[in-house]
Design a protein around this ligand. Sequence first.
Ligand code: HXC
Length: 259
Amino acid sequence: MTPEFIIVTPQARPYIAHVQLNRPKELNALNLQLMQELRDALQQLDADENVRCIVLSGNDKAFAAGADIKQMAGRTAVDMYNIDQFTIWDGIKKIRKPIIAAVSGFALGGGCELAMLCDMIVASETAKFGQPEIKIGVMPGAGGTQRLTRAVGKALAMEMVLTGRFISAGEALAAGLINRIAPVELFLEDAFRLAADVARQSPLAVKVAKESVLRAFDSTLEEGLHFERKNFYLLFASEDQKEGMKAFMEKREPVFTGK
Ligand code: HXC
């Protein structure tokens, strides 16, 4: 079925897929259907061997202004529990290929959390990041108190979560929340360029390396180092390791296959 609230281009560039959030009138507010469509699309792209990296964007004005407040407003705790929307978010968390968020305009609430669920963030000069849930009587629910704190530290995370203050792209870059800033006309292209730098590497090593970096958030240093070492050994079972090292010695570009 064709999705209603996202646009999926599996080969936007060689080996790079583009998923665009597409509810522009609502500033890409994340209703349940959109999130389901997004999860399903990302799972399909994860299984597509012609895709090595995924760029997720909104439009120039908004990446996403948060979960859909109009959809949530009348719900009870029991409704929220039964709907269990975070299972969808967990599905996105399990995507093994790198996802780059290309953020322009608002990335608020669930929108900021969605960007943080991605592996890297490229922002336009107009990007605004925030967790304004406190202003509507709630708090972040899709990782905002955890991923934001890990990314920017306690001081700024506490301020953003307790006051709802938005931060600019410049402040986000200085705080370590995002990778780079580009002018609005160029931010998407810049995200594709970063994706191309990932897509030219061994797709197998990329997936294993992504898993290893993410493990840093869920483990002690000792456990993380152990996990890393096992994965490092594992890659010596791959054709890409042989090809990568042979190409280096032959002074040519490697041809990686993900095998
Ligand atoms: C539903 C939203 C929305 C949202 C904007 N809209 N954000 N609808 N849910 N989160 C709608 C508006 O109602 C309006 O439609 C249209 O988009 C344009 O928005 P305006 O407010 O007219 O635009 P502007 O004046 O430019 O203000 C932009 C804004 C503001 C600062 C981003 O819209 C805003 O504060 N939005 C809510 C941000 C927020 O609180 N996000 C956190 C949500 S809670 P109509 O038809 O009414 O004109 C959350 C929890 C996550 O994310 C938990 C895990 C999933």
